[in-house]
Design a protein around this ligand. Structure first.
Ligand code: PNW
Length: 440
């Protein structure tokens, strides 16, 4: 790694991130079915139709996994609690699920790690999905009830709480592009989901504040998306992409507005009376989480329906997701967030990492490309701090190789290799390098 801990402010946190459905094993502990189970079971949606039934069996192996974080010298652990585990039908509490998160929280604290909780990382209970999921406004109230139930159990011990992970993925990727559950390709469903997921954020903020919770925020994903050339229609296409992907969610959460060009595209598909929700959606937060992976240069494409744009062919090295490696984009986004939206409010890089085809050889995993990727992105965060952004921490995605959604178990993002037959964990070279760099 090209950095060491002393290059960062004293209180800067290094950590790793995971998500419930991707690691826990949802067949254990009375968790209910989720829309990901249904989506994965429908041929063509997920590679080999794999799901999160077993995943990394973190449900039973969490002590070992938390030891890996501690042994790496990490300060914090970003994890998520599963709505479908806490409330299998979306509305009724499963005491076994609450107990699991109670034990997990104690185990995190026992190892001196700061718990950073995410309330929703995509495991929508099937019972609610069947009633329209995020296209149905009622889902936001039930999400508030789930927020209350889990917060009563573990809220007092959390260092920080995020409401929603990546509302763009929950809404646009899942209802317009159709690549994630529920796999729709429907502009009306998209407009509704894009509003309701932000209303769910607002509803959770209201419930958290009523319980006196501090350090509450949201986790948004951003892509650097410049125009591929300087033709006026290319510049307009890139601006629209930026409005859909980058601006919709942060402007709602911090200013209580949506970008007009996206509202124009949605027309009367927006749910009636949405304007009345914007005050709740934009109540003050304590921190912002930024997930960043890649850049896409944008081109107009008048042959496809609104938004009539596409990614240009890549000119940079890519990861095995086909995602361009562009660390400067992270610096750029962090500085932009501070300058245009959050000012001095703390920003955390809540996810950054890359997929590579790692394999174990003689008990070791050699992953130099990932090592360089992580090093360059942590340096990009450092450059953003030097430019004045109040960046307080960096969470590597992910602690473990895990269930990579539509790519099943094929794409490996972990610092720690998982053999999905034996479930054996093997720290990769990047794990050891990060450990050496962040040692105190
Ligand atoms: C994020 N895209 O997902 C999620 O928060 C993680 O659960 C996931 O494992 C990780 O990134 C790696 O994929 C994304 O298509 C999935 O633009 C897809 C996209 C972005 C983020």
């Amino acid at each position: 790694m090209d950095f060491k801990r002393s290059d960062f402010p004293q209180d800067f946190l290094f950590g790793a991130a995971t998500a419930a459905y991707q690691i826990e094993g949802h067949k254990f502990g009375g968790a209910g079915p989720t829309h990901w189970d249904t989506f994965a079971a429908t041929p063509g949606n997920v590679i080999r139709a794999e799901d999160g039934a077993l995943a990394c069996d973190h449900y039973h192996r969490f002590p070992e996994d938390l030891d890996l974080l501690k042994d790496a010298g990490m300060d914090a652990y970003r994890f998520s609690t599963s709505w479908a585990r806490v409330m299998p039908d979306g509305r009724t509490v499963n005491p076994e699920g609450l107990d699991f998160y109670d034990r997990l929280t104690d185990a995190i604290l026992e190892r001196g790690l700061k718990p950073y909780q995410t309330l929703y990382h995509w495991e929508l209970p099937s019972a609610l999905a069947d009633k329209g999921g995020w296209t149905n406004r009622d889902t936001t109230k039930y999400f508030g009830d789930y927020t209350d139930a889990i917060t009563d159990k573990i809220g007092d011990r959390m260092a920080a709480i995020a409401t929603i992970n990546e509302p763009w993925c929950v809404s646009f990727l899942s209802h317009f592009i159709g690549a994630h559950a529920p796999g729709l390709r429907d502009i009306r469903a998209t407009a509704r989901a894009m509003h309701h997921i932000m209303l769910a954020h607002g509803e959770a903020m209201t419930r958290l504040r009523a319980k006196g919770m501090k350090n509450c925020g949201i986790v948004l994903n951003f892509e650097h998306s410049p125009p591929a050339n300087d033709a006026p229609e290319t510049i307009a296409a890139a601006r629209l992409q930026d409005a859909i992907y980058n601006r919709w969610f942060i402007e709602a959460a911090t200013k209580g507005t949506y970008p007009q060009e996206v509202l124009d595209g949605f027309g009367d598909h927006m749910p009636a009376g949405w304007q009345d929700d914007m005050a709740q959606i934009s109540q003050k937060m304590d921190w912002l989480g930024v997930n960043y992976y890649t850049r896409h240069e944008i081109l107009p494409d008048p042959t496809i329906p609104w938004p009539s744009l596409k990614a240009a062919e890549t000119t940079l090295d890519v990861t095995q997701m086909g995602w361009e490696i562009y660390p400067e984009g992270l610096k750029n986004i962090l500085i932009r967030m501070a300058r245009d939206y959050v000012g001095d409010m703390p920003i955390y890089v809540t996810e950054n990492g890359m997929a590579w085809d790692d394999h174990v050889e003689n008990g070791a995993v050699y992953d130099p490309v990932r090592m360089q990727y992580v090093s360059d992105h942590i340096m990009a965060a450092k450059h953003a701090i030097d430019a004045g952004a109040n960046v307080k921490g960096f969470f590597y995605w992910s602690l473990l190789d895990n269930y990579e959604w539509a790519f099943g178990y094929e794409k490996r993002f972990g610092m720690v290799h998982v053999d999905f037959d034996s479930l054996k964990r093997t720290p990769k070279a990047s794990y050891h390098a990060l450990k050496a760099a962040i040692a105190r």
